[in-house]
Design a protein around this ligand. Structure first.
Ligand code: ADP
Ligand code: MG
Length: 476
């Protein structure tokens, strides 16, 4: 390769980076784009080198549009991208694996789309499905969601087993409709998709449809616009198992609800299975018609709770196993103790961890985990982390973080430790058990005692109250 080409590929990649930088967050840019090495430019094909297969998949899944835009800018509409993946098998560098950007994002496809949009005669609004085109609707079931990889815990036991019963005998059990509700990221979509996949896998003649309520609503609106409402309802009443995700979205949409009500009745009467999810319990679904809500009560309503520690650990282990990655149990425990909001966030942290490890080519250890968590929390929520609390309190009392975590019962350490635990309770949403874990593995009763002691002291002594306020000002 001569110098001229090397210069070209670097310059082209530099131009790509400009576009990418403007379109992704700083954290993502650092994690996913800085490590990329521009490798070769052959004609209009740019080859970039990425550190692992995982890395490549992640880029493809999450940044394909940004990459396309970057190529458009740096090379032109006919620019192509290839990856060269370094497969790391004990230092040996294997021949690069080349993969093309999928053709759905090719210049030809983009051009066709643009032409269609520009030509009013050719422009037709997206049509609702006209006939039960199984191949198309199957797309809405994601085969990655199964019961096998849906970890069972106290948080989801009822919902999971009801889901399993419905999956095994759709339309036959008394769980019809089955309504799963729970907060964001707790596994509603995963569970109902698993039900759909199970039915599809075991009853080949059953027509399973998964649709989000948003999509259902849009299909309905388009059907009205294009005068095809009859096609729309005809389609849905032919379904054997209808999965409607996030029904809270139908709130206030009277016409869509009317139509859904008819479809619901029709399906129910013909012994077809209906499965729904909602982000809140049915009694809190404002804006949904009473007649619809009362239908929901015909079947079973089951909730999903936040996973407890053991379930979180199991979910992480399962995820790592699926990715073929080994992480020390201590690190898993640390992550499980530190992220307790929902499963989606937990997965986000694991993915960042894997990315970072792949990036810096080192094992995932506690230090890496701490860094990743710090970045994520501070980048996304500006929430105070337990590490920050420990730093600030240790600093204030002029002791070390190790002192805070130590077993020592010396008064000059016990008091700051209690203060730090007090703030951990106030400023994070960690459980008492997890707070104890971060202070040298103390149990939850020690944490309760600490919080009580500091609260009492604040009422009794102005000096303590002032100190606490002073420390608190560091977290604002
Ligand atoms: P929701 O629809 O409730 O917002 P999702 O079903 O999208 O949540 O779940 C968020 C992520 O967490 C998904 O990647 C899902 O696979 C994962 N997840 C949730 N619950 C579990 C579980 N019990 N076991 C394994 N993975 C889970
Ligand atoms: Mg969902």
């Amino acid at each position: 390769m001569n110098n001229q080409f090397q210069h070209d590929v670097a310059a082209v990649w530099e131009n790509c980076l400009q576009v990418i930088k403007a379109n992704v967050s700083e954290q993502s840019f650092k994690t996913w784009f800085e490590p990329i090495v521009p490798f070769r430019l052959a004609g209009k094909t740019l080859t970039i080198q990425v550190p692992s297969q995982f890395f490549y998949e992640w880029l493809e899944e999450n940044y394909i549009h940004v990459l396309r835009r970057a190529l458009d800018y740096a090379i032109g509409r006919d620019g192509q991208l290839e990856y060269s993946i370094i497969v790391d098998t004990g230092g040996d560098r294997q021949p690069p694996i080349k993969v093309h950007v999928p053709t759905t994002n090719s210049p030809e496809a983009a051009e066709a789309r643009q032409k269609a949009a520009a030509d009013p005669k050719r422009h037709t609004p997206p049509q609702p499905p006209k006939s039960p085109d199984t191949s198309e609707m199957d797309l809405f079931l994601n085969p990655n969601y199964s019961f096998d990889n849906y970890i069972e815990g106290d948080c989801n036991r009822l919902a999971r087993s009801a889901g399993m019963a419905v999956a095994q005998r759709p339309g036959v059990t008394s769980f019809n409709p089955l309504l799963i509700y729970g907060g964001v990221g707790l596994g509603k979509t995963h569970l109902v998709q698993a039900i759909g996949n199970h039915i599809k896998g075991h009853y080949h003649d059953k027509f399973v449809v998964y649709v989000s309520s948003e999509k259902f609503t849009n299909q309905f609106i388009n059907a009205i616009k294009s005068n095809t409402l009859q096609d729309f309802t005809d389609f849905y009443v032919k379904v054997d198992a209808l999965i409607l995700d996030d029904v809270q979205f139908l709130s206030g949409k009277e016409k869509t609800q009317d139509t859904f009500f008819h479809i619901f009745n029709h399906l129910h009467q013909s012994g077809k299975q209906i499965i729904m999810t909602s982000d809140r319990r049915p009694s809190e679904l404002q804006g949904l018609q009473d007649r619809l809500l009362s239908r929901f009560k015909w079947g079973l309503t089951a909730d999903l709770q936040q996973p407890d520690l053991e379930t979180r650990i199991a979910i992480i282990q399962r995820k790592l196993q699926a990715e073929g990655i080994y992480i020390d149990a201590g690190v898993i425990e640390y992550v499980a103790h530190s992220v307790n909001t929902n499963v989606r966030e937990l997965e986000g942290v694991i993915i960042s961890l894997m990315a970072q490890a792949s990036l810096v080519r080192r094992d995932i250890d506690l230090e890496l985990a701490k860094n990743v968590l710090k970045n994520i929390v501070s980048a996304e929520e500006k929430e105070v982390t337990i590490d920050t609390i420990q730093e600030v309190v240790a600093d204030y009392y002029d002791i070390t973080i190790a002192d805070l975590k130590s077993k020592s019962r010396k008064k000059e350490l016990v008091y700051p430790r209690q203060v730090a635990m007090f703030f951990a309770k106030e400023l994070t949403d960690l459980s008492l058990k997890s707070i104890g874990y971060h202070f040298g593995g103390r149990d939850h009763s020690t944490v309760i005692h600490a919080i009580q002691t500091i609260s009492d002291l604040m009422e009794q002594e102005d000096a303590v109250k002032e100190a606490i306020q002073k420390i608190r000002s560091n977290f604002a």
